[in-house]
Write a protein that binds this ligand. Structure first.
Ligand SMILES: [Zn+2]
Length: 306
């Protein structure tokens, strides 16, 4: 029984900043871990002051090369690049350029992803929260596309033979998570640890915002905390592979690694849907799944609702 995990990400570098250590861990444990990246990240600016300037026209090629290096660091079993055009960051959806991912009719990328789901038959899919996790239009779209794709993949009446490399049975993903990269418990734990060691906390602004808007406080306790600190170096290598995006002396590396490992040795997830009972906090994304039964499952039973 092969465990199959599939991540859906918006841009090159998201696979490094969200769930990279989890992915590397499952790869090392023999699971098949597939990466789907929806856009080319070509609207991104060079965010690392130490990186060379990049012409706008060359950005897609640079980010594709960086993605390949990060994929090698993490060890993904297979990757798919859907090739949609990065929307760029816009607070007002009206500002998203025509033709960009955030303006693409939902079913177009969703069908493509649904075809991949039927090919890969992952028991676990990881996407973003409904609000994107942060309000980049491509991250919000990433969630919507994932949900719609799961609906299409699970519906035996939907013909996806053109996007699934031939006719394949429908597939219902039994467990679906959203990455939660900054749950309150992680921020508070690392903030306190930094202060304890007399270090400057990168989370002061985050805490100020929270104190200013106490009514917005939500219970964001993760449903799954995956202990994957042994794979944090692989995550860091993947982050550093994104030379144009990640400053090695910047925010991503501000918390000393031994401190992080000691105090919050996890990557965290919230459950979006599960066909089996979830007992938080889980320590394994495949917890509760009967993999043998799922392997036999021909995908033709179950409801069409995602
Ligand atoms: Zn992104």
């Amino acid at each position: 029984m092969i465990r199959r995990l599939l991540f859906v990400h918006a841009h090159p570098d998201d696979e490094a900043s969200k769930g990279a250590a989890t992915a590397a861990m499952y790869v090392d444990q023999g699971a098949e871990v597939t990466l789907v990246t929806c856009t080319g990240g070509e609207a991104g600016d060079v965010l690392n002051p130490k990186a060379a300037a990049v012409d706008r026209a060359a950005m897609a090629a640079v980010r594709s090369r960086e993605l390949a290096a990060a994929v090698a660091a993490i060890g993904f079993t297979r990757t798919y690049e859907l090739g949609y055009v990065d929307s760029g960051y816009h607070e007002d959806p009206a500002d998203i350029p025509a033709g960009a991912f955030g303006r693409t009719p939902l079913d177009e990328p969703s069908r493509t992803l649904a075809g991949i789901l039927r090919r890969e038959r992952p028991q676990v899919v990881v996407t973003y929260p409904e609000d994107g996790g942060y309000p980049h239009p491509d991250h919000i779209m990433n969630h919507a596309v994932t949900i719609r794709a799961m609906e299409l993949a699970a519906d035996p009446a939907v013909d996806l033979s053109d996007v699934s490399d031939g006719e394949r049975p429908s597939w219902r993903v039994p467990k679906v998570y959203a990455s939660s990269i900054f749950p309150s418990e992680r921020v508070l734990t690392l903030h306190e640890a930094m202060l304890e060691y007399g270090l400057e906390s990168p989370y002061v602004k985050w805490l100020e915002r929270r104190d200013e808007h106490p009514d917005d406080a939500v219970d964001d306790a993760p449903d799954a905390r995956i202990p994957c600190a042994d794979w944090f170096p692989r995550r860091d290598a993947a982050l550093l592979a994104h030379v144009s995006q990640i400053d090695p002396d910047g925010g991503w590396f501000q918390v000393p690694r031994d401190l992080e490992r000691d105090r919050y040795p996890y990557e965290s997830y919230v459950i979006l849907r599960s066909d089996v009972e979830v007992e938080p906090p889980e320590t394994d994304l495949f917890a509760g799944l009967d993999l043998a039964a799922l392997d036999d499952f021909d995908g033709r039973v179950g409801s069409g609702a995602w």
